[in-house]
Design a protein around this ligand. Structure first.
Ligand SMILES: [Zn+2]
Length: 194
């Protein structure tokens, strides 16, 4: 076996390991978990961040090609990729996307974008639209099911144990009109009228 072939074999092996390692890293990482739990939500949350940088992906492909052609050092590339994987994982963790399965809900205000359900808010990814609903309402945290019901049916189930400013507890339905404006609907409203 001549020197050229040795080199080629060496890099072919390196490349295989590298590709495998890359795959494992991605599959095991938070990134992949988040990605699987809701591609669109993740995309909306990270569209301006490194992870969605298509050019970056193309760059990787080119680097791999260069390694294959013996033009670039595999070790350097691997280190760069590890740093990169760590940074995108951190970015995703910072976006605070809820881990529970997310329903696909279209924003009622702009009627085009898919809402992002975060730990503390539900938010339209369109900055111009700007629709936002805090998940904590009068001391009660709205569940994903509550939000789904609100957006889909325009009304939540009866939400119990909310606290008014004067610390009185009350039960209420949260309702939303077709412009995405929310308000309270009291259960005993009809009774009061009598
Ligand atoms: Zn919107």
């Amino acid at each position: 076996m001549d020197n050229g072939n040795l080199h080629q074999n060496y890099f072919a092996l390196q490349l295989r390991d590298l590709k495998q390692e890359y795959q494992e890293h991605i599959c095991n990482s938070e990134f992949y978990r988040y990605y699987r739990s809701g591609r669109l939500q993740v995309y909306g949350a990270v569209k301006d961040k490194k992870i969605s940088d298509v050019a970056m992906t193309a760059e990787w492909e080119m680097a791999l090609q260069k390694i294959e052609n013996n033009e670039e050092d595999a070790g350097t590339f691997q280190r760069e990729m590890e740093t990169y994987a760590t940074s995108i994982t951190r970015e995703l963790l910072d976006t605070g996307i809820a881990q529970e399965k997310q329903p696909e809900l279209t924003c009622l205000k702009c009627k085009s974008r898919q809402l992002l359900i975060w730990n503390k808010v539900v938010k339209c990814p369109d900055e111009a639209c700007g629709w936002l609903q805090f998940r904590s309402v009068c001391g009660v945290l709205l569940s994903v099911a509550d939000i789904e019901s609100l957006v889909t049916n325009g009304k939540t189930k009866l939400i119990k144990g909310m606290k008014s400013k004067s610390a009185n507890k009350f039960d209420v339905y949260i309702v939303m009109n077709d412009k995405g404006e929310t308000s309270f609907e009291f259960e005993n409203r009809k009774l009061k009228r009598k």
